[in-house]
Every structure is written in structure tokens, then in C-alpha cells.
Design a protein around this ligand. Sequence first.
Ligand code: FES
Length: 101
Amino acid sequence: MPVVTIQPSGKTIEVSIGTTLLAAVMKAGEAIANKCQGKAECGACHIFVLEGRKGVSRTTPAENAKLDSIVGVGSKSRLACQVIVGEDDVTLELLNFASGR
Ligand code: FES
């Protein structure tokens, strides 16, 4: 099973293929905002995917549109609720960890 590593805590969790990064983070017990319950509408689950970007699902038009409206977006930006884990391990960085605790 692929392993998701969550920075900055360094916590790791094994997930099934097909799991979203949002679900993986929540399963690991880390704080992540998800105001729209995973519909790519709120942008609150914005994260950076540091490693394993090629192994996850591609960005959808809805995700791209939402990312375009978020300040601080970079080349590693994704919406955690829209990223589906494949066979490869993934390392992500939470961006809202300071306010989520
Ligand atoms: S939870 Fe709202 S965009 Fe991901």
C-alpha cells in the first residue's frame, strides 16, 4: 500500500490506492480545513505535494479553477480533496497547520 508522509510533522500513514490526500491526512489525525467537504469549492485544503506528484491523479478543471483563485499557489499546489493516491508514495506539506491547532 502507498505511504503518505505528512509534513511538517513527518507523520506517515499507509492508505489504499484510491484514497484522497484529504482522507489520508484526516485518517492520520492531522488538522486540515475542508469547508466544502471535498467539492473543490472552498480551497481550504490547499497543500503542497512535495514528492510523488506523478503518481497521483491529475488536476481537474474544477481544481485548477479554484487554485487560480488562491493566494500563495505554486507549482506543487493541489487541493487535497481532489488528489487521489495511486501506487506511489506521496509526501505532502500542510499549509494551514498553524491555524488548525
Ligand atoms: S475541501 Fe474544499 S476544496 Fe478541498
